[in-house]
Design a protein around this ligand. Structure first.
Ligand code: LLP
Length: 432
């Protein structure tokens, strides 16, 4: 199995001490299941590695775009992580969950004046400013509220993380941040320092997602520290915080590369400390913003099979009661997953089939080329592993399909944390 938390017990798939078929009986399918212990273990790995590192007062900030609902923010707060929020929706969810908003970091390349005011009213601790217009708007609005807003400035270090293009964000031509290479980032730093209602604390970058190569963060930190030294030398301002964003990869399937995150953080921070010495700058406090690596392996999605279509001489399809509405990642990025039949052992007698959803389009593929027991049929269940990140948060109501429920499990006990959407939920905003 991909993880030791997943095992077959008496022909029934068990995840982190809970029987998935029993959960399907209780809550119905499709169903997102998340393991609280795994989320907490992942948080702790970051927290402890950052606590022990040579960068003072460093901490992890959970990128809540990976999975955002009330209970997640409570767990994250208890584990002492900050939260990266990107919209009034995420801010509101965190706030309502009682998240300490002084540990929230508001990101995004287009914060409206309304968003800015909303974030200030809800006590968001830090703004990660993305562009010149935002610096002006935030300074004005902070002034109206009579506050001096703490900010980081998002810059692009020009690093290509060699992951897939749609999630690469640190390149010079990215829509996010301000380029160091063109001199515009230095100009923005000067402007930020001149604003009476902004308190510049440091710099932020995010190079991309699914990074397994440990040199990516080292290269990004070298460019960022060089920039920090340049700002110090030209403006006399020394950054207190260096935020390197998120992006550590997660193992989705057997045979895929893996990364030891605590070891990587150790190596990275020693590299940072030594570069700072060479550059004659103080070692900044580090922020990392993991999203995927906090929640991905804590999640499993469970579906019920409706039909098995064997097109003689061509291919086979196993259709389930969910699809690209609850997991659009294969349709969008061609993402690979580990797929298992949840109520039958997969022995030597197998069929290979595409696991597809119920949406009215051929691109509605959850995963092609899956291996199932040859007698898989209507009423059987299928589990897709590692769906805790960017599944619920990217789910849609395409074809007016309600989003699934989410159940949190912990030491064999289960509780509903997100209700299944009802048909009435779907029409609640229709004026008719
Ligand atoms: N910080 C910033 C500024 C980000 O933009 C992101 C992700 C993260 C942190 C967290 O990155 P992570 O540790 O999760 O890789 N929907 C795509 C992923 C998009 C990531 C966008 N930004 C997917 O399903 O793979």
């Amino acid at each position: 199995m991909l993880y030791e938390t997943v095992k077959m017990i008496n022909h029934s798939l068990n995840f982190a001490g809970s029987d998935l078929n029993a959960l399907a009986e209780k809550y119905g399918c499709p169903l997102y299941i998340m393991d609280e212990n795994t989320i907490r273990r992942n948080c702790r790995a970051y927290r402890e590695a950052l606590k022990a590192c040579p960068c003072p007062d460093s901490s992890a900030v959970y990128a809540s775009k990976a999975c955002s609902f009330g209970e997640i923010y409570k767990i994250i707060a208890e584990e002492g992580l900050g939260a990266d929020v990107v919209s009034p929706g995420e801010i509101y969810t965190a706030y309502k969950a009682g998240f300490p908003m002084e540990n929230a970091y508001f990101q995004g390349n287009n914060k409206t004046d309304g968003d800015i005011a909303f974030a200030i009213e809800h006590g968001v601790g830090y703004f990660v400013c993305d562009n010149f217009e935002e610096l002006d708007a935030l300074d004005k609005i902070a002034g109206k509220y009579g506050i001096r807003q703490k900010i980081l400035l998002r810059v692009t270090p020009g690093i290509d993380p060699h992951t897939y293009d749609k999630v690469a964000t640190g390149k010079v031509d990215s829509k996010f941040g301000i380029a160091i290479e063109t001199g515009q980032a230095l100009e923005a730093a000067k402007i930020a320092l001149s604003k009476p209602n902004l308190e510049l604390l440091g710099f932020h970058c995010h190079v991309g997602s699914m990074v397994f190569d440990s040199d990516v963060f080292k290269s990004a930190s070298a460019v960022m520290l060089g920039f920090i030294a340049e700002v110090k030398n030209t403006c006399g301002f020394e950054a207190k915080i260096l935020d390197l964003g998120g992006g550590y990869g997660v193992k989705y399937y057997e045979g895929q590369g893996d990364i030891d995150i605590p070891a990587n953080i150790r190596e990275l921070t020693e590299h940072i400390a030594s570069l700072c010495k060479d550059l004659g700058i103080s070692v900044p406090s580090l922020r990392l913003e993991p999203g995927r690596s906090i929640v991905a392996d804590a999640g499993v999605t469970l579906y019920e099979v409706g039909s098995v279509k064997k097109i003689t001489g061509y291919k086979n399809y196993v259709s389930v009661d969910g699809g690209m509405t609850d997991n659009p990642r294969y349709a969008l990025y061609g993402s690979k997953y580990t797929v298992l039949c949840a109520n039958k052992e997969t022995g030597s007698d197998t069929i290979t089939a595409d696991l597809v959803g119920r949406c009215c389009e051929s691109g509605d593929i959850i995963q092609p080329g899956c291996v199932f027991p040859s007698d898989i049929g209507r009423g059987d269940r299928v589990a897709v592993l590692t769906t805790g990140a960017y599944n619920y948060s990217m789910a849609s109501n395409y074809n007016r399909i309600p989003r699934p429920a989410t159940v949190m499990i912990k030491d064999g006990a289960d509780r509903l944390v997100v209700k299944r959407e009802s048909l009435d939920d779907l029409i609640q905003n229709d004026v008719m």
